[in-house]
Design a protein. Structure first.
Length: 313
């Protein structure tokens, strides 16, 4: 059992660092200057390669075949819909919607984590979580309708991107809930490595067949220096490191739904990057949506403690 299973604060800290990595992924994706489907392949081919190297360097995680022998079919299916399809939708959505829109929509993943935990694991979805989840949904609704009436000509593309981002969110939540018991049996590093590697292969084949773009990883260093830097950052920081901390941290926290609520901090970081570096403007509705959603991070623990105190009284 790892340290983050024994010390909850380490697990929550890992999730928080992962949120920072997730928040910057949209920003780095734009800097890569590659279309969504192809970019998703680059990201996970490079990221999974980094995870494989780390796993092989550590004796405790070197045996990557053991989990496949015991739960191969489950891991393959989990990888295809939880990584391949999920992140294809994520990167493709950035071709249609803005960075703040995608970032804020994906931030609603804790709502679906809570609902799926209630359905699959009978984990209570407390009133505090429900209230803060509804607040987040209000924020997303504000974001989706941002400028809709005044920009009808471009609304179709925006809504297409938002639908893709929402699909990514649902599948990501399902992956996080289902993968937790598997990680408890085989370890976070091995399962993260396997699911991302299988998912990367699925992305490579899928994008090649359906989009006609067969990515050649060996061509990485033939690209412009700025693009090489952005792709390596997306692969190593935003995928190898971030996904390990995110998946492993959420599998280790005592309350997975509450741990996932840290993800509500994501749009603040992403929006700041969009404003100050990408020069993308955020409207008043967008700012209001971010305030509503991120306020849930503070409200949920306070309401949870208040409810516990009332129950004891």
């Amino acid at each position: 059992m790892g340290l983050w299973h024994r010390y909850a604060f380490l697990a929550y800290a890992a999730v928080f660092v992962a949120v920072i990595g997730h928040a910057s992924s949209e920003f780095v994706s734009v800097l890569c200057k590659i279309s969504g489907p192809e970019l998703s392949v680059w990201r996970f081919v490079l990221g999974s390669a980094g995870l494989v190297i780390i796993s092989l360097l550590l004796p405790s995680s070197r045996n990557l075949l053991e989990p496949l022998r015991q739960e191969g079919i489950k891991l393959i299916l989990l990888s295809l819909w939880g990584v391949s399809f999920c992140y294809l939708m994520f990167h493709w959505s950035l071709d249609y919607a803005t960075v703040p829109q995608v970032a804020t929509t994906v931030t609603t993943v804790p709502i679906f984590v809570g609902l799926l935990n209630l359905w699959l694991n009978r984990q209570p979805f407390t009133p505090a979580k429900i209230v803060t989840g509804l607040c987040a949904l209000v924020g997303v609704a504000l974001l989706i309708t941002d400028g809709y009436l005044t920009r009808l000509a471009s609304s179709a593309n925006n809504l297409t991107g938002m639908a893709m981002a929402l699909a990514c969110t649902v599948f990501m939540a399902g992956y996080l809930v289902v993968v937790r018991p598997i990680i408890e049996r085989h370890g976070a590093l091995r399962i993260t490595t396997l699911t991302l590697s299988i998912g990367a292969l699925g992305l490579w084949i899928g994008v090649g067949i359906f989009f006609g773009r067969w990515v050649n990883p060996l061509s990485l260093f033939q690209r412009p220096p700025g693009q090489i830097t952005a792709l390596l950052s997306l692969g190593i920081w935003n995928t190898t490191i971030t996904q390990f901390l995110w998946i492993g941290g959420l599998a280790a926290v005592p309350d997975q739904t509450r741990g996932s609520y840290l993800f509500y901090l994501k749009p603040v970081i992403a929006a700041c990057l969009a404003v100050f570096i990408l020069n993308q403007m955020i409207t008043t509705w967008g700012i209001l949506a971010i305030i509503v959603i991120c306020g849930s991070v503070l409200v949920e623990p306070l309401l949870g403690r208040l409810g516990s105190g009332t129950g004891k009284a």
